[in-house]
Write a protein that binds this ligand. Structure first.
Ligand SMILES: [Zn+2]
Ligand SMILES: [Zn+2]
Length: 333
């Protein structure tokens, strides 16, 4: 191939981890040259949209250039993507991580790096360590400040972006306080994991493993969970201002009509609560009767079995009918 116009190949290229997100690898690559990943991406010919945004966009020409610059195959560069432009709203904007996974990387003398699975709003648990993903920096207490993945002296380091010093990952993470008195047990974990698996499959158009209420050839599981997310947020009077990415907005003919709330936009505990509710309400309720309890009014006494009926009663009157339709729909596909 004619290499004219292609930036020369780079002498130092970190090898991507098997489960690594594209942007994570790009940040590690850029760190070798003390560059910001956004600038390296521009240099390779990606349009100016930020390296994190590239996790959802395939840009064959720029991918080929990057392949030539790094010696990696075009295929491995493409395989690191974790979403599609159509499902961009399911991809998190902020960093989340599993403390154990990052610790393992550090113990191996490696850098902190991000797994693809952490980027999607369908995932709230680490599939390897069965721990809830974290989003709050243990050093400065902030979310979304970029802590833990900081470029310094040629590599990424587990530093706090706000305070500039090391993050101690060796302590135990703070216990996750789930909303509505929901608790983690074998039953709720099983449901949550099944939903996570199928949501991730639904996001890339793969056939689902389990049956869920309302799913049909014209109705995706992701759309049903988006609706449950919205009616739950309306009920608790917590509807964040829509802040979709600029590039996503530009690609929609009517972005307000295309916009949907997804768990990716919520704080982790709330996202976990919403997904846990959805995983139980959209499964076969008979199976769980008297097995999953909740405390929707947060009275600290979680002794009410979670059922479709009391979920609907709990909903804001404005969305009750809508909620009933969702949780009473027949199983599919
Ligand atoms: Zn882990
Ligand atoms: Zn921090």
């Amino acid at each position: 191939m004619d290499r004219e116009g292609v930036p020369p190949s780079l002498p130092l290229v970190p090898f991507p981890h098997k489960a690594e997100a594209f942007s994570s690898w790009l940040f590690r690559l850029a760190a070798r040259y003390d560059l910001h990943a956004d600038h390296l991406a521009l240099h390779a010919g990606y349009p100016l949209r930020g390296a994190r945004e590239l996790d959802c966009y395939l840009l064959p020409q720029a991918d080929r250039t990057l392949a030539l610059m790094t010696g990696l195959s075009h295929y491995s560069i493409r395989a690191m993507r974790c979403g599609t432009p159509q499902r961009r709203l399911w991809v998190r904007d902020h960093h989340v991580w599993c403390r154990e996974c990052v610790r393992e990387a550090l113990l191996d003398g490696d850098e902190p790096w991000e797994r693809r699975s952490w980027r999607t709003g369908a995932t709230v648990l680490c599939g390897r360590h069965r721990q809830f993903l974290e989003e709050v920096c243990p050093r400065c207490g902030r979310t979304g400040a970029g802590c833990l993945f900081i470029c310094e002296k040629g590599r990424l380091r587990a530093l706090c972006a706000v305070r500039g010093d090391k993050i101690n990952l060796w302590g135990k993470p703070l216990a996750v306080q789930l909303p509505w008195g929901l608790v983690v047990n074998r039953m709720t974990l099983r449901c949550l994991n099944a939903l996570t698996t199928d949501l991730n499959r639904s996001l890339v158009g793969q056939p689902l493993r389990a049956q869920w209420r309302g799913v049909g050839s014209d109705r995706r599981l992701t759309a049903i969970v988006e609706e449950l997310t919205l009616i739950t947020l309306i009920t608790i009077n917590y509807v964040p201002k829509p802040q979709p990415p600029l590039y996503w907005m530009q690609e929609q003919s009517d972005w307000k009509a295309a916009f949907h709330y997804t768990p990716a936009m919520l704080p982790m505990a709330l996202a976990t609560g919403v997904l846990m509710l959805a995983s139980i309400l959209l499964s076969d309720e008979q199976f769980f009767e008297e097995l999953v309890f909740w405390d929707p009014l947060e009275s600290q006494i979680a002794n009410e079995p979670l059922t479709a009926d009391n979920y609907v009663v709990w909903l804001h009157p404005k969305v009750r009918r809508w909620g009933r339709q969702i949780v009473a729909a027949p199983f599919g596909p």
